[in-house]
Design a protein around this ligand. Structure first.
Ligand SMILES: [Mg+2]
Ligand SMILES: [Zn+2]
Length: 186
């Protein structure tokens, strides 16, 4: 039977979002407080946890695929140290002008993950820090949209996003408290 997933954006949700830049090297990847433990809590609760991330630095020729692989190996290793895991990592490597179907706000990364991990998208949740995360998740049919303020978007900007998130939290830990607790009808 298809399972509910929690889709996570990377920069601004798991790690400190680099302002106007990309995480180019392992040394530039810095976990946000409580993020790793939040992933473990979702694992323990039986959710599929899928990372969906735009990394156009690859397509722009600024970061190599090998560097991104190394960054994600570190991420997976750090998670494993506390007994946490990502069930899938889905990356759009293309630059915006490529017109691909996977760069958020397009829904392609979600569609890839649904096929690969047998996800029931309507029962699933997106946690993101940008309007493009909300748009992509909604076009893919994700049932619940949650925003976090731990990324680059100022709070007053978040309140103007379309589609509007169902709820807004300081960080992933706050979103996970809500996901695992009383969802207030959602
Ligand atoms: Mg982000
Ligand atoms: Zn793409």
């Amino acid at each position: 039977m298809s399972r509910a997933a929690v889709f996570l954006d990377r920069d601004g949700v798991l790690n400190v979002a680099p302002k106007g830049d990309w995480v180019r090297r392992v040394e530039g990847f810095h976990w946000l407080p409580g993020a790793k433990e939040s992933v473990r809590r979702l694992n323990d609760a039986g959710f599929v946890v899928a990372l969906v991330t735009n990394q156009s630095g690859i397509g722009r020729g600024l970061i190599s695929q090998a560097d991104v692989d190394a960054i994600h190996e570190k991420m997976v290793h750090d998670l494993a140290e506390i007994g946490a895991r990502l069930d899938g990592i889905f990356i759009c490597p293309h630059e915006p002008t490529a017109g691909c179907h996977c760069r958020k706000p397009k829904p392609g990364l979600f569609e890839q993950s649904v096929t690969a991990l047998d996800i029931d998208v309507s029962k699933s949740v997106m946690v993101g820090d940008s309007a493009t995360d909300m748009t992509a998740a909604r076009s893919a049919g994700v049932g619940v949209l949650l925003a976090v303020r731990s990324g680059l978007a100022p709070a007053d900007e978040i309140s103007a996003w379309q589609p509007a998130p169902d709820a807004v939290f300081d960080d992933l830990a706050g979103a996970v408290d809500w996901i695992l607790g009383d969802r207030d009808g959602l």
